[in-house]
Each structure stands twice: as C-alpha cells, then as structure tokens.
Design a binder for this molecule. Structure first.
Ligand code: NAI
Length: 331
C-alpha cells in the first residue's frame, strides 16, 4: 500500500518515516504541496492520503481522490473543520484523525504567548542585544491573582486551566459539555461571564459553524477593557477585522495568536522574501501589543512522535478493517 503525504515538511518526514517502520508493506511519498483539487493527481497510485490542517478536503477534492483510487484519509491533526464529512461518508472513505497528541504542548504554547506578551520578553530580547537596557515600554502585570477565562475546556483547555490555576490565577471556563476533571481548578460559567470577568481569555474550542467568529465586535465589547485575547485553536474563531478595531480603540489590550483565519496562504512556508498581499495580517503586524506565531502550538518532539504513531495506527485499522476509535464522525 502506498500513501501520499501532503503538506509535508522535512520534520514531518522524519517522524512519519520512524513510525512507518512499524507497519511493513507501507510506502510513503511526500509532497510539500497542499492538497487541493489541482494537486489531487499527485495521489495517483496511492490508496491513502495523509493531510494536515490547511489541506482542503471539500466534496470536489474527496470525489477526485476517490476517483483516483484513494480509500483512506489520514489527518495528522485533531481539528477536522477542513473536511466535508457528508461527502466522505457518501463516498465510503475511511477518515481518521489524531484526537489528542499532546494537549499539554498546545496549552504550554498558550502560556508562552501570555508570558511573552505580558512581560514583553520578545522586545526585551532585541533591546538588550542592542545595548538598550531601558525598561520603558516593558511594564507587565503580575499574573498571580488575575482571572483567566478558558473557552472550550476539552483536552487542551483543561491543561491550560490547570496551568493557570498553578500560577495562582482564578480560572473560569465556558464549555457546553460537562468538564468534571476541573473540579477545584476552575469555575464553570457562561461565555458572556468569561468575557466580562477575565483579564486573559484563551480560546480552546473547535471551529464549527456555531463557533465561527465567536469573537466579534459584540463579544469584544463585552470583554473587560484592556484584556488580553489568546487564540491557539483555529483562526476562524476570531473576526480579525473586529479585533483590529478593538485594538485600535484600546478595548482589547493585547492579542496573541498561533492561528489566523487566512493562514493557509502564509503559515508553514518561508515568505521572508515575498511581498505579503494580506493587508489585514500586515495591519496586525504593526501593533506592538500583538504577538503572532505560525501555528506551532503542537510542535514538540513528543507531539510529533505521537502524531506519527497514531496516524499509522489509524492506517493499520483501515488495512485490517478493524474498528477505529479515531474515525471521524460520519454525519
Ligand atoms: P477537544 O475536543 O478535547 O475540546 C474541545 C472542547 O470545546 C470540548 O470540550 C467542547 O465541548 C468545547 N466546545 C465546543 N463548542 C464550544 C463552544 N461554543 N464554547 C465553548 N466550548 C465549546 O479538543 P482539543 O484537543 O482540546 O483541541 C481544541 C482545539 O485546539 C482543536 O479543535 C484545534 O482546532 C486546536 N488545536 C490547535 C493546535 C495548534 O497547534 N495550535 C494543535 C491541536 C489542536
């Protein structure tokens, strides 16, 4: 069996090849290209494709893959907002994801963003290297005693709640599902209350129709003035234009994002010699109180190993026609 690995970077190849060794008879071909209609022909002769967060798996792409002989779609990520589940089910495709490879890695990255933005270590690093030891502009707040709101208290949100609780913060969570593992760590409340009371709001819920642009001009107006917003989940949770307005007015005090709604044309590639055409993104980059990382929350050795191992375990389920706990819901 041959699998086509899309959006493959050298680090993906390293970890996937290690895990592939455990599944004899499986050959992998790696493409740096993103999966979209034009790149479907790369999967010719393959019975499975392996994809990542910004690959496109809408109905036309899934139909074209199926026509090319592909029967399995292996997501090497947790979120599956980029997959047309109806189309996959109609075509009888096996589709599986890696639901929780290292929730701590993403939660720790959210903490890194908060710490950096709050204490301006990114600015201090540059200043000190230039011999400038002035503190003006580097004033932060003590996190101990502050209120942190976690929106979405699943695997990653629960880790984030425990981390901020450990720092001595009061932690509020908003999640429509029960979160019993947070007893004694966080207080459950509504989204409106989380937004109104938190000094820092960290988003950890999936991107779905119901959550798209959950942070918009109305919800921003309901936040504590000057609060910090952190998004390590999916860019589409935030209406970026509304966030820019809130930053300009001072209603939003700081923004840290590891994900961006239009990230698929930017992230995971070196654009340092290119003219970036995305004016909204470029406007964000002008704010001193905005910190952006390029979707690296998951990027630890442990998480990469887990992603690769679970991806091939999912493929083994497909090859053996055995039940797969990580199969995507067939709607
Ligand atoms: P999870 O499925 O364990 O938890 C998601 C939680 O969000 C669930 O408890 C669910 O009930 C809750 N939720 C659903 N709708 C909600 C709403 N309207 N308001 C508040 N909560 C809501 O997922 P997990 O593993 O914690 O991942 C969360 C998200 O993190 C993923 O969907 C993915 O988009 C993102 N992610 C980002 C990574 C990165 O590298 N930056 C890496 C991995 C995941």
């Amino acid at each position: 069996m041959k699998i086509a690995v899309y959006s493959a970077q050298p680090y993906d190849r390293r970890f996937l090849d290690e895990a592939r060794a455990t599944l004899p008879g499986v050959e992998a071909v790696y493409f740096s290209d993103r999966l979209e209609l034009d790149t479907v022909p790369l999967a010719q002769g393959c019975t499975a494709v392996c994809v990542f967060v910004n690959d496109i798996l809408d109905a036309p792409v899934l139909e074209a893959l199926h026509a090319a002989g592909v029967r399995a779609v292996l997501l090497r990520c947790a979120g599956f907002n980029n997959v047309d589940l109806h189309a996959g089910a109609r075509l009888g495709l096996f589709m599986a994801r890696v639901p929780a490879y290292a929730p701590e890695a993403v939660a720790e990255h959210a903490l890194a963003l908060v710490m950096t933005l709050n204490r301006r270590t990114h600015r201090a690093y540059v200043r000190v290297r230039e011999g400038n030891f002035a503190l003006d502009g580097l004033l932060g707040m003590t996190l101990h005693g502050k209120t942190v709101g976690i929106v979405g208290a699943g695997q990653i949100g629960a880790c984030a709640a425990r981390i901020f609780h450990g720092l001595g913060c009061k932690v509020l969570v908003s999640d429509p599902a029960p979160t019993p593992q947070l007893n004694g760590v966080a207080e459950r409340t509504s989204l409106d209350a989380v937004l109104a009371q938190s000094d820092i709001v960290s988003l950890h819920c999936p991107l779905m129709d119901a959550t798209r642009h959950m942070i918009n001009s109305d919800s921003l107006a309901g936040m504590k003035r000057g609060a910090m917003l952190v998004n390590t989940s999916r860019g589409g949770l935030i209406d970026t234009a509304a966030v820019i307005d809130a930053l300009k007015s001072g209603q939003l005090g700081a923004l840290a994002i590891d994900v961006y709604e239009q990230e698929s044309t930017l992230f995971f590639q070196d654009h340092s010699s290119d003219i970036i055409a995305d004016d909204v993104f470029q406007r964000l980059m002008t704010f001193p109180n905005v910190l952006v990382t390029g979707h690296q929350g998951f990027f630890t050795i442990e998480a990469m190993r887990e992603i690769a191992a679970v991806t091939f375990a999912n493929l083994a389920c497909h090859m053996q026609d055995s039940p797969c706990a990580n199969a995507l819901p067939h709607t």
